[in-house]
Design a protein around this ligand. Structure first.
Ligand code: FUB
Length: 304
């Protein structure tokens, strides 16, 4: 069945491919994109849906890709597996994000119910190692939330003053500062005040011209919406929907990043057919544009 068996074993060494429109990766399922720019390359970090048939989320590892031109991509050997976190037995490899600090790369990952962990590497492509031997955050840090999925979907942002922030959550969006060592929370966990608009999951922070943008999945099936603020502590102003439900996937998950003078919006859908869907997702990318007043134009999802 196409999409189920496309690379049965992940490559032992680098694997090159050319993206032929969206989805950009068609030899394996990918989900929950996160991206950074480093060493003149855009680095894309994804989850990896690996269940057979209609099986629900089965995600055992994460994947890493790089490009210099948004067309030709390199995939590296599996950089991080759920089994690299001894405390995460029985979980699934949910969404995460990599950030560079002081020459090291920190990968904040989530597991469905076991917590958020952090792994560290000397190179963006890894290999990554669990930095703590225990979760960085659990549901206890989410005001003891009884929501099974409260502690998922970390996104990390380094502000211009060199302060690192971590945002995460499901149904409620939580945030905290990170210490300079990137592996300890600094101070209190707070909740984003989403009064008047509906946060589901998948927060992502980016900044442009002094304005902070907090994009996130809203509703279910999920659309991506966003809010803006002059401070990461808020208040956040709701600015509307960025993209509609992406085809036949109930979830969506975005990353917004500037690369070579363009802004890109990564997301996932269930476009690979037959086989694709809510638990067999594929990462796509389209350009995203700003209006003159700093708001974002809606994404025109393309297959090109
Ligand atoms: O991939 C598992 C979960 O689905 C992610 O953590 C959520 O953002 C949603 O995409």
């Amino acid at each position: 069945v196409p999409g189920e068996l496309l690379i049965p074993k992940l490559p032992a060494d680098r694997f090159q491919f050319v993206a032929d429109g969206n989805p950009i990766i068609t030899h394996q399922y990918t989900a929950d994109p996160a991206a950074i720019v480093d060493q003149g390359k855009l680095w894309l970090f994804t989850g990896h849906d690996a269940g057979a048939g209609k099986q629900s989320f089965k995600m055992e590892d994460w994947s890493v890709f790089s490009t210099t031109d948004m067309k030709s991509w390199t995939q590296y050997p599996v950089p991080l597996k759920l089994s690299d976190f001894s405390w995460a037995k029985g979980g699934d490899a949910y969404a995460g994000q990599v950030i560079k600090r002081h020459g090291k790369y920190y990968w904040y990952i989530s597991t469905n119910a076991l917590g958020i962990g952090v792994a560290v590497a000397d190179k963006p492509e890894g290999p990554y190692k669990d930095a703590l031997g225990k979760p960085l955050l659990t549901n206890k840090d989410c005001f003891d939330s009884k929501n099974y999925w409260a502690c998922i979907d970390p996104t990390v942002f380094l502000d211009k003053k060199g302060q690192a922030w971590i945002f995460w959550g499901n149904s409620e969006c939580y945030y905290a500062k990170l210490k300079e060592n990137m592996i300890e929370i600094d101070g209190a966990v707070k909740r984003v005040n989403f009064k008047g608009f509906n946060f589901t999951e998948a927060p992502w922070i980016h900044e442009e011209k002094g304005t902070y943008y907090l994009s996130y999945a809203t509703g279910f099936p999920e659309k991506i919406a966003y809010a803006t603020s002059q401070s990461l502590d808020g208040p956040w102003k709701y600015q509307g929907i960025l993209n509609e439900i992406a085809g036949n996937s109930d979830t969506n998950h975005q990353a917004i990043v500037a690369f070579k003078n363009k802004w890109y919006f990564f997301y996932h859908n269930g476009a690979i057919q037959p086989g694709g869907g809510s638990t067999h997702r594929s990462v796509c990318v389209d350009e995203i544009f700003y209006n003159k007043n700093g708001t974002l134009k809606r994404i025109i999802m393309s297959s090109e």
